[in-house]
Design a binder for this molecule. Structure first.
Ligand SMILES: [Zn+2]
Length: 429
C-alpha cells in the first residue's frame, strides 16, 4: 500500500522538523518528505489543518490477556489504541498466569501476531508471580523478546531481591520499570491523603510512600549502575528525588500519566470509583509539580496506564473497587484540551514525550519519520471537538474519570506499518 499524506503540519522532533509538507509512505516505510510530492498510485490523505507525527507509543498499558479477558483482551485493547491514535503499546505482566516465563512471552507474542491491530511490546515480570520473593526468568524472557521488566501494581519491597533484579537486568541492558509506593505506608488506604480524603472519610495514601520507594530504588540503581524507569510518578517529593538523581548521572527515567497531569483528588468527590487509581490522583500542588517536571525533563515520557476493569467490578463501594480505568481512547483528546490548548505544552513537546522519547528510551525502531523508518504515523486534528462517551469505547473497560468531558483535539488517522488501521473514527481491520 502506498499512502500520500498531503499538506499536514509535519512535527517530528527526532529530525527537528516542524513544517507544512507532504509525506509518502511506501512498502511500510517513510519513502519521501517534501513539498508537493506526486505519486500516481498512492491513496491520498488530505491532512490540511492537521498535525502529522510519528505514531504515538504508550509504554504502560494493561491488556489483561491471558486470563482476565472479562476486563480486556489483545483484540479489544489494540482496537482502543488504534481509535486513540496510538500505534504501539507495551503491556504489563500482571495477567493470569503472570508473564514470568519465556514460554508465556512466546505464547503472548503469538497471540499478538494473530489478533493485535497495533504493535504490542511485552513487558515481563521482575519476580515470579509478582510476589517479590524470587527473581523471574528475566534472561530467558529477554531472549524471547520481552522489552523490559516490571512487577507493576506491586512494589518489590525486599531491597536485596530488588538489587539483584537491577543487576541481573543490567547484564543484558534491560530496564526495570517500578511501581513505587512503599506498601507498609499505603496498606489500608484508598485515595490521596489530604483535605479531600479527610472530608470524605476515606483512609489516605500518603505521598511520602512514593518518595521513600523512589529514593530506595534510585539509590540502588546508582549503586548498581543499572537502568531504572519509574512508572506513573504522582508525588512532588518523588520528582525532586528523580531530578537530583538525574543530575548525579543515575540512569533513571520517569513517566507521568495523562490523568496525574490533568486531574486532582477532587475527581474522587462523590466517591467516584472511576477516579480510583494507584498511585492516587493527588492535590493541585503535586499536579503542578508534575507539569513542571515534564517541562524540565525530569519526566521523560507520557503514558496512559490504561487499566480496564469489567463494569461490575467498578460498580461497588469505593474501597472495594479495583484501581485503574481505561485511557487509550481519551489520551489525545485530554492532552490537547488540557495541556496543548492551555499553553502548557507545545506540539513538539507532546510528540517528544509521547513518541520520540519512548522509542529512544526502550530502544524501539519507531518514534521518527526519517526516511526509511517504519511507517507508523498518527494524524491529529487539533481543533476537532467531541465529548467523551464511554459507551462508544472499543475497550471493555468503560470506567473513566473523563466521562462527559468536552475535548478539543482528536486522532483522525492511525497508520501502522504503512497500513491505515483507523480513519476518522472508523476501524479498518
Ligand atoms: Zn502501576
Amino acid at each position: 500500500m502506498t499512502l500520500l499524506i498531503k499538506n499536514g503540519l509535519l512535527v517530528d522532533p527526532s529530525q527537528k522538523l516542524h513544517d507544512t509538507c507532504d509525506i509518502l509512505l511506501k512498502n511500510g516505510v517513510v519513502a519521501e518528505i517534501g513539498k508537493d510530492i506526486k505519486a500516481a498510485d498512492a491513496q491520498l490523505i488530505d491532512a490540511t489543518g492537521q498535525i502529522v507525527l510519528p505514531g504515538i507509543i504508550d509504554m504502560h498499558t494493561h491488556l489483561r490477556e491471558p486470563g482476565l479477558e472479562a476486563k480486556e483482551d489483545i483484540a479489544s485493547g489494540t482496537r482502543a489504541a488504534a481509535m486513540g491514535g496510538i500505534t504501539r503499546i507495551a503491556c504489563m505482566a500482571n495477567t493470569y498466569p503472570v508473564v514470568d516465563k519465556a514460554i508465556i512471552v512466546r505464547g503472548l507474542k503469538e497471540q499478538i501476531t494473530k489478533t493485535a491491530l497495533v504493535h504490542v511490546e511485552v513487558i515481563g515480570a521482575v519476580t515470579k508471580g509478582l510476589e517479590g520473593k524470587e527473581l523471574a526468568e528475566m534472561g530467558d524472557m529477554a531472549f524471547a523478546g520481552a522489552i523490559a521488566f516490571s512487577d507493576d501494581g506491586h512494589y518489590v519491597s525486599d531491597s536485596r531481591i530488588f538489587r539483584a533484579a537491577l543487576e541481573y537486568a543490567s547484564t543484558f541492558d534491560k530496564i526495570i520499570i517500578v511501581h513505587d509506593e512503599d506498601n507498609t505506608l499505603t496498606s489500608g488506604g484508598y485515595m490521596h491523603e489530604g483535605a479531600v480524603s479527610t472530608r470524605l472519610g476515606i483512609p489516605g495514601l500518603p505521598s511520602v510512600s512514593e518518595d521513600i520507594a523512589v529514593s530506595r530504588d534510585t539509590l540502588l540503581a546508582e549503586y548498581s549502575n543499572a537502568r531504572l524507569h519509574v512508572a506513573h510518578v504522582a508525588s512532588a517529593g518523588a520528582l525532586e528525588i528523580i531530578r537530583q538523581a538525574k543530575k548525579r548521572g543515575v540512569k533513571v527515567t520517569a513517566e507521568a500519566t495523562i490523568h496525574h497531569l490533568t486531574l486532582t483528588d477532587n475527581a474522587v468527590e462523590g466517591y467516584n470509583t472511576a477516579a480510583k487509581i494507584a498511585p492516587p490522583l493527588r492535590d493541585i500542588a503535586h499536579r503542578d509539580a508534575l507539569r513542571a517536571a515534564l517541562k524540565d525533563g525530569t519526566i521523560d515520557i507520557i503514558v496512559t496506564d490504561h487499566s480496564p476493569h469489567a463494569f461490575e467490578e467498578k460498580d461497588v463501594e469505593f474501597r472495594y473497587a479495583p484501581n485503574g480505568f481505561a485511557g487509550l481512547e481519551t489520551s489525545v483528546g485530554v492532552i490537547f484540551t488540557d495541556l496543548y490548548h492551555t499553553g502548557v505544552l507545545s506540539i513538539d513537546e507532546i510528540v517528544e514525550k509521547m513518541s520520540c522519547a519512548p522509542a529512544r528510551l526502550f530502544n524501539i525502531d519507531a518514534g521518527s519519520l526519517k526516511l526509511g523508518k517504519p511507517a507508523d504515523v498518527t494524524i491529529i486534528n487539533p481543533n476537532a471537538e467531541w465529548a467523551v462517551e464511554s459507551s462508544t469505547f472499543c475497550t471493555k473497560g468503560k470506567a473513566t474519570p473523563f466521562e462527559g468531558k468536552h475535548c478539543k483535539g482528536k486522532a483522525t488517522w492511525t497508520i501502522v506499518a504503512g497500513r491505515v488501521v483507523m480513519s476518522n473514527g472508523r476501524l479498518n481491520e
